[in-house]
Design a binder for this molecule. Sequence first.
Ligand code: SAH
Length: 405
Amino acid sequence: MKLTLKPGREKSLLRRHPWVFASALQIPDDILRSAQDASGLTVDLLAPGGQFLARASYSPHSQIRARVWTFEDEPVDAEFFRKKIKAAIELRGKLKVESDSDAYRLIHSESDGLPGFVVDRYGDVLVLQSSTAGSEFWKGTVADILMEEKGIRAIYERSDADVRELEGLKPITGILRGELALFQREASLWDFPITEHDLKFNIDIAHGHKTGFYLDQRANRHRVGELSKDRDVLNCFCYTGGFSIHALANGAKSVLSVDSSAEALKLLEENLALNNLPAEKNTSLEGDVFQLLRKFRDEARSFDLIILDPPKFAPTSAHAEKASRAYKDINLLAFKLLRVGGILVSFSCSGGVDAALFQKIVASAALDAGVEATIIEHLSQGVDHPVSLHFPEGAYLKGLICVKN
Ligand code: SAH
């Protein structure tokens, strides 16, 4: 199938951005009708003058109608995917990610030239997430190639992200390749922990968020550990305790870990035990951070280090305004709860809020809290989550470390 861009709409492809929106395509009626069966098929994208621009996957149900596999006139086949996967694995090797952890992102979608594919490595098990018609079409091929990799025992599929709906795809989870002797606990499904900077974490690959763990925060958890000694730490949106475990292992005086998910807090308790950490120094509190921060303020509580790592408030810029209010709210309250000389580590993983806007929001939170603060570090996603220069959307995680003066 060949699809032609409308005049002027080929510009983003010429800049090597991998997405083509439905509105940018001239699609003849007959193609449109037959396209319902074309989910995930490879199509040629042509300039209005007929020149070849790129080879892409076709998503008949999505506003992002095509996603580029390659800008070269080359076949998109098993060899193509083998080449891309090899490059992604080699990059992680060069970055020496394995010296920090046996759990890391192996394939980061568009940024590794494989739109729709996320593959995370947890020891000898891979967790694969397919989120587009194109990745769904090639999923089996990609899984077979990944199984050729040394030391891989199995691939577990977690294709249950909401974005699949936009592609007309149903959620799919389960063992995709290999064998996995999983032992079943109440809510979790895993048979050994991963190691991150010498600390151990039990991972629930079947029910946990994302593919089980927030791998993108690895370096930032380590950094927070370094800043935690002798401090009273408040870890908001703590999930399974990533930041809490690093803080305690590095000599935090106390940690208060807050999350709305009881399952996540249960894993946090397991993770404390796994690392032989003094459980009495951690308090796990199930609840809503927005309400609890107000309660702590009313109780005049204070902390030396506060971590705010909320879920994605703004998936796209359309949600930016509402999300800005939410970020400002929690950052303002956190500034109030911080002791002078205390540290705020504040994150946003919202694609719809860029780093400049996020910094403005934190600044205005400090202003309204009546607090002077200084940025001492800018944080981002880990090196195993690279960002293609042509796909700035790939840079989603930003963080600030601020000191309250
Ligand atoms: N910092 C964690 C990841 C945080 S993910 C790590 O390093 O592993 C965001 C967490 O926020 C999720 O665990 C989710 O359960 C929790 N959450 C979402 N909304 C919440 C709310 N209003 N109050 C408390 N927790 C919330």
